[in-house]
Design a protein around this ligand. Structure first.
Ligand code: URA
Length: 210
């Protein structure tokens, strides 16, 4: 953890990420790897969920055991690439509520334009985990978090697969209260706003579009 950024350097995460970066990796394998990595990243993003202690009976004796304290969770996918992280995380936290933020990036200005916003109720009481594989310029991510705060969210984490220094800086400036969890911090953005060395367009690689 450095400041608000946590890089999950677990060997399984790093190995799977390398496979995902490779140009030759097929759409089906890319999607499967993203699902697997999302579950490993989910461990990190939920690491500090509050626990409570409850009395239970094992087959042998009574004991006091830890259980999640019941903090409500909301997973918010930034469309469309966020859905690639959503499926795996939801498998691990099946009772989480799910929201979607639709933002596309204007390729000329690189600024986000909103086209969809649907999130669970009671956001103020939930831990909100925002999902987007690529933290590039940070413009869409910062805009999504601003929208979520406007809807009442106060406890927000940002989960991504790859981050660029520019995106991390943008988020730190706009939302210093939002921790970022990622599998890697890459070198920089190119002039089209793609992360280098990166893995290309996450949505295209996930869904086989161009
Ligand atoms: N979005 C992507 O899918 N890839 C990048 O490199 C940057 C933004």
């Amino acid at each position: 953890m450095s400041g608000n950024l946590t890089i999950v350097d677990h060997p399984l995460v790093q190995h799977k990420l390398t496979l995902m970066r490779e140009r030759a990796t097929s759409t089906a394998v890319f999607r499967q790897l993203l699902r697997e990595i999302s579950q490993l990243l989910a461990y990190e993003v939920t690491r500090d969920l509050p626990l409570t202690r409850v009395r239970i009976d094992t087959p042998l004796m009574e004991m006091e055991a830890p259980r999640l304290a019941g903090k409500k969770l909301a997973l918010v996918s930034i469309l469309r690439a966020g859905n690639g992280l959503l499926d795996g995380v939801l498998e691990l936290i099946p009772s989480a509520r799910v929201g979607f933020v639709g933002l596309y990036r204007d390729e000329a200005t690189l600024q986000p334009v909103q086209y969809y916003f649907k999130v669970p109720t009671e956001l103020a009481e939930r831990r909100v985990i925002v999902l987007d594989p690529m933290l590039a310029t940070g413009n869409s991510s910062a805009a999504a978090v601003t929208l979520l705060k406007g809807a009442g969210a106060t406890d927000i984490r940002f989960l991504c697969l790859l981050a660029a220094p520019e995106g991390v800086a943008r988020m730190a400036e706009a939302h210093p209260d939002v921790p970022i969890i990622t599998a890697a911090l890459d070198t920089r953005l190119n002039d089209k706003g793609y992360i280098l060395p990166g893995l290309g367009d996450a949505g295209d690689r996930m869904y086989g579009t161009k």
